[in-house]
Design a protein around this ligand. Structure first.
Ligand code: MEV
Length: 373
């Protein structure tokens, strides 16, 4: 039998980080044209997971009474295993005959020496694994169903993850995203199972909106060379946040205001048209990114977490100095910064500053939206 091959793109956050962790708060993300690939082939009495990048040791999984049984306790495959687990639950609930499979993972989201750029490899491996199993069992989940199943897997591993990266990796293109209430989802899954949760009211508040790329602005990505731990940064910010003192509400309100402005500036155009954009749209987008950067700086200062590291500051300042807008992408603390540069800006000058400061320009494009490949 032929292997099933599924690939999922990486992502970059454009705006709304940290705020988007609160259900219903808006963010903007893009899917990028770098990919993680999962190949699936049927096996006989046990499954296995292989990846040159993740681990040299394959993980074997079998099926026990209460879910999957693994041949060792600690493994770098949490997201893959969660994706298999949630799919197995769905398979059982749909009354399909159980089968085993081997998974081979290949990530194009890291640099050649294996260092992570911070392009969302956890989300991409989850989305690609779900896509492969969807085809293997013929679940016929569709785009939204694959997002939902990947999201259930994700929150089994990272309970507070917004899932913006999962949505971007599933839908492609530029998206506006508001997260579901993950506590409600977990409760609904525990009470009803996986199949009844898909497409149910437990997702209310979730929004995934296609946005149009800013016509007059170029997107550039700089890599600091320092991998960051999203989990450590997010828990640091949450520890440093006193929800009662009003400062956090202020942050959420201000983030919402600037992300909704960006959202308006990137409002999706009617299908099939290439709208000539008003210059003011781009001005609004640039202003929104700059405001979002300042909000994240203040959030970091208030919570004692270094979101904007020295190198991210140099990266962003060099962009602002040429009339562009820039900010850390994602949790900060390293990884990448994104820049939106207006036509005619001295991008070469900015890149020279980056180079002097060991900031690498990643030539990354946007992965087209689902259905436009
Ligand atoms: C990290 O990639 C982005 C955060 O908003 C966390 C999340 O969305 O889960 C900081």
């Amino acid at each position: 039998t032929r292997a099933i091959v599924a690939r999922a793109p990486g992502k970059l956050f454009v705006a709304g980080e940290y705020a988007v962790v609160s259900p219903g708060e808006p963010s903007v993300l893009i899917a990028v044209d770098r990919y993680l690939t999962v190949s699936l082939s049927e096996s006989v009495d046990a499954g296995s997971i292989h990846s040159p990048e993740y681990s040299r040791m394959p993980v074997r999984w079998t099926r026990g009474q209460d879910g999957l049984t693994l041949d060792r306790e600690h493994h770098p495959y949490d997201y893959v295993i969660a994706a298999i687990e949630v799919s197995e639950r769905l398979r059982a609930e749909r009354g399909l005959r159980p089968r085993f499979f081997d998974l081979f993972i290949e990530s194009g989201l890291d640099d050649p020496s294996g260092r992570k750029f911070g392009l969302g490899s956890s989300a991409a491996v989850t989305v690609a694994t779900i896509a492969a199993i969807d085809r293997f069992y013929g679940f016929d989940l569709g785009t939204r169903g694959r997002y939902e199943l990947a999201m259930l897997a994700t929150i089994a591993v990272a309970p507070h993850a917004s899932g913006g990266d999962v949505a971007a990796s599933t839908y492609g293109g530029w998206i506006g995203y508001r997260s579901p209430d993950r506590d409600r989802l977990r409760a609904a899954r525990a009470e009803h199972g996986v199949a009844p949760v898909l497409g149910s009211d437990a997702w209310r508040g979730t929004e995934i909106t296609r946005l149009a790329p800013p016509a007059g602005l170029d997107l550039l990505v700089g890599w600091t060379g320092h991998p960051a731990s999203t989990e450590r940064l997010v828990s640091g910010v949450s520890r440093g946040t006193d929800v009662a003192d009003g400062a956090h509400t202020g942050f959420l309100d201000a983030s919402r205001a600037c992300v909704e402005d960006l959202w308006r500036a990137l409002a999706a155009s009617p299908p099939g048209t290439t709208p000539p954009r008003a210059a003011s749209d781009d001005a609004l987008a640039l202003d929104a990114i700059r405001r979002n950067r300042r909000l994240l700086q203040a959030l970091g200062a208030r919570t004692g977490v270094t979101i904007e590291t020295d190198r991210l500051r140099i990266l962003c300042d060099a962009a602002e100095a040429i009339g562009a807008a820039a900010k850390p992408s994602g949790a900060g603390g390293g990884d990448c910064g994104i820049v939106l540069a207006p036509a005619g800006a001295d991008v070469a000058g900015m890149l020279r500053v980056w180079e002097t400061n060991d900031i690498r320009h990643l030539t990354i494009g946007v992965h087209p939206p689902e259905g436009e490949h």
